[in-house]
Design a binder for this molecule. Structure first.
Ligand code: APR
Length: 170
């Protein structure tokens, strides 16, 4: 397994799958979610709408993942996940965030993909502190047995990249 930290726009990455930090409705939003929908084109929203609701307004509960094609993206697939909203750190957020990474890696290995890129799930609008989130991401990825998978941690700013690089060497 190969792990790298890059500063980039995730919608430009030529990987098998990119992960989207979405909202439970999976109908788009701001941040990385908005960027992915814009770059993938309108068929992505149609594909998301077609996914069943598991409860009113919820197509993907927190910590779970849903798969769609990447449409106009260079990536073949989008693995949508919903990270936790930061509520102080004692409400199970770390376990929920870990589940996002674990389930996304599981889907990627199930499809026999060789490369996947993650954004800093929950670290924008959802308010998860970057250092704590980086520690969770790195711990889950290190624990994965997906030897064939190359994992890109894609950051949109230098602060996130530095937190992830720190987590990788500790
Ligand atoms: N490429 C890579 N990373 C990006 C990009 C991009 N194009 N755009 C934003 N980011 C980064 C942000 O800088 C942040 O570090 O993605 C990280 C996650 O931030 P958000 O997109 O705000 O995601 P999150 O905190 O999980 O909040 C999810 O925001 O957009 C809505 O619909 C989404 O309601 C959901 C919520």
């Amino acid at each position: 397994m190969w792990i790298e930290v890059v500063e980039a726009d995730i919608t430009r990455l030529e990987v098998d799958a990119i992960v989207n930090a979405a909202a439970p409705a999976l109908l788009g939003g701001g941040g990385v979610d908005g960027a992915i929908h814009r770059a993938a084109g309108p068929r992505l929203l149609e594909a998301c709408r077609a996914l069943p609701e598991v409860s009113p307004g919820v197509r993907c509960p927190v910590g779970e993942v849903r798969l769609t094609p990447g449409f106009e993206l260079p990536a073949r697939y989008v693995i949508h996940t919903v990270g936790p909203i930061w509520r102080g750190g004692n409400q199970g957020e770390a376990a929920e965030l870990a589940a996002c990474y674990r389930h996304a890696v599981r889907v990627a290995t199930g499809l026999e993909l060789t490369s996947i890129a993650f954004p800093a799930i929950s670290c924008g609008v959802y308010g998860y502190p970057i250092a704590a989130a980086s520690a969770v991401a790195v711990a889950v990825i290190r624990a994965t047995l997906a030897r064939e998978l190359s994992i890109t941690l894609c950051c949109y700013n230098a602060e996130t990249a530095s937190a992830l690089r720190h987590a990788l060497v500790t």
